[in-house]
Design a protein around this ligand. Structure first.
Ligand code: FES
Ligand code: FE2
Length: 447
């Protein structure tokens, strides 16, 4: 019979392969009552774009729950269990009123907090005023509606990331659907080696030629989650790129079109995105595309960012099948790992260190919560911006003669940069940039 590493153990052994491998439910099952679902429910999660919510209710699926999102004529948004508490009719067919959402079948009226306000089919009933339909609190910010679906007495502060409050930043919301499990979408962000192959050598240059250079790599825990540290030699420069996961399911990404040629320090990000599960086999990627004059200046297209679209290649299933086959991008690579990637069938190698680390750290968080200990979520402060770690820095640093010595140099630059980024957390952006500059200065001086 087969094993995982050798799979079938012999040539032309397809018949011998096993078909009984299951998904890693601890990390991939998100429904109510599952350990991972409980963990994800402890954080604010994006529901939909504000623009999606017009005068009609919107059916949404989140964490395996069928819900309905609506905005009253008074302007307040609500998120309710989709099926009416009377006899189960979907409230997506409900009527929005000044105060709430009225079921189309017999007219029960619900407030945004779930309060049953009227039962017109049952005059004199005392249910109204005492009964609450399941509801979740919402928060609307920068064009996205977020919900908290965890225990009502443990609502966390809403995270304000430094990268989302920096001046001169135009945040354009977007929402993409991936027909697969959330974890594999998030894992992609800690698999920087795919940028070399998928995005450059295999599909042609999708971002910049510099992405095709194999980096030296490191992976490190941060106070918010983890990040990968990429050190690339590109011509006479060293390009230091960090890409983070903020627990539980957020990613920030640096410049999309970084060429690695112009000197810069602590250039921040192009994307903030939540990989928010719809259910075990569907994921909404919801977040903001960042437009400013510091990152990818003039290279983005805000008109191509929004519901079901984003302004760079290979992120949706909107292309023809032939094009997807000829020039695959992230969507094809990620969604085709199966509806839920089966970890038992993988053969992880050295380049998957970040993926393995992300799984290990998430499992630790999920188990801590399950076992009644406090999980160690990001220490979001109640107010003020949270220092994050994604950035690009490019330094003119001449190459050392021998390849191995140059790789040593790259690793030293990466270690110094990573340490500086971690140590400067909590300080103002200008100071963090100055400290990073100082930390790397001697590499530029030593020729
Ligand atoms: S099913 Fe909704 S009011 Fe009767
Ligand atoms: Fe990618």
């Amino acid at each position: 019979m087969s094993d995982t590493a050798g799979r079938t153990g012999r040539p032309f052994g397809g018949y011998l392969r096993r078909h009984d491998h299951e998904a890693d439910a601890e990390l991939t099952s998100v429904g109510p009552g599952t350990p991972c679902g409980d963990y994800l429910r402890r954080f604010w999660q994006p529901v939909a774009l504000s623009d999606q919510l017009g005068e009609l209710p919107l059916a949404v699926r989140m964490l395996g729950e069928d819900l309905v999102l609506f905005r009253t004529k008074g302007g307040d948004a609500g998120l309710l269990e989709r099926h009416c508490s009377h006899r189960g009719t979907s409230l997506e067919y409900g009527i929005v009123t000044e105060w709430g959402l009225r079921c189309c079948y017999h007219g029960w009226l619900y407030g945004t907090d779930g309060a049953l306000l009227e039962t017109p089919n049952h005059p004199g009933s005392r249910l109204a005023g005492q009964f609450y339909h399941p509801a979740y609190p919402l928060r609307e910010t920068k064009g996205i509606l977020f919900a908290y679906m965890g225990p009502p007495d443990s609502v966390p502060a809403f995270p304000e990331f430094d990268t989302c409050v920096e001046p001169g930043n135009d945040l354009v919301p977007f929402s993409l659907h991936y027909p697969c499990n959330w974890l594999q979408v998030l894992e992609n962000t800690q698999d920087p080696v795919h940028s070399v192959f998928l995005h450059t050598r295999i599909s042609g240059v999708q971002f910049a030629p510099s992405w095709g250079e194999l980096p030296e790599l490191d992976y490190v825990e941060t106070p918010l989650g983890m990040m990968n540290v990429n050190m690339r030699r590109w011509k006479s420069s060293v390009w230091l790129r960090t890409t983070e996961v903020i627990f539980p399911n957020i990613n920030q990404a640096g410049a999309l079109y970084e060429t690695g040629e112009q000197e810069k320090t602590l250039a921040r990000i192009s994307l903030t995105r939540w990989m928010r599960p719809c259910d075990d086999t569907g994921t909404a990627i919801i977040g903001w595309r960042h437009f400013n004059d510091r990152v990818d200046a003039g290279l983005g297209d805000r008109d191509q960012v929004g519901l079901g679209k984003i302004d760079f290649v290979g992120q949706t299933q909107a292309r023809s099948y032939e094009e997807m086959q000829r020039v695959p991008g992230d969507f094809e690579a990620i969604a085709s790992q199966r509806p839920i990637a089966i970890h038992a069938l993988e053969n992880l190698c050295a380049s998957d260190k970040g993926v393995a680390m992300l799984r290990r750290l998430l499992r630790r968080q999920i188990r801590a919560l399950r076992d009644g200990k406090t999980a160690a979520p990001p220490p979001y402060p109640d107010s003020g911006a949270i220092s994050t770690f994604t950035q690009d820095t490019v330094r003119e640093i001449p190459a050392r003669d021998e390849a191995e010595r140059d790789r040593e140099l790259l690793r030293a630059v990466g270690a110094a940069g990573m340490r500086s980024l971690l140590d400067s957390a909590g300080r103002p952006p200008d100071e963090r940039a100055r400290l990073l500059d100082e930390a790397l200065q001697h590499f530029s001086n030593a020729t």
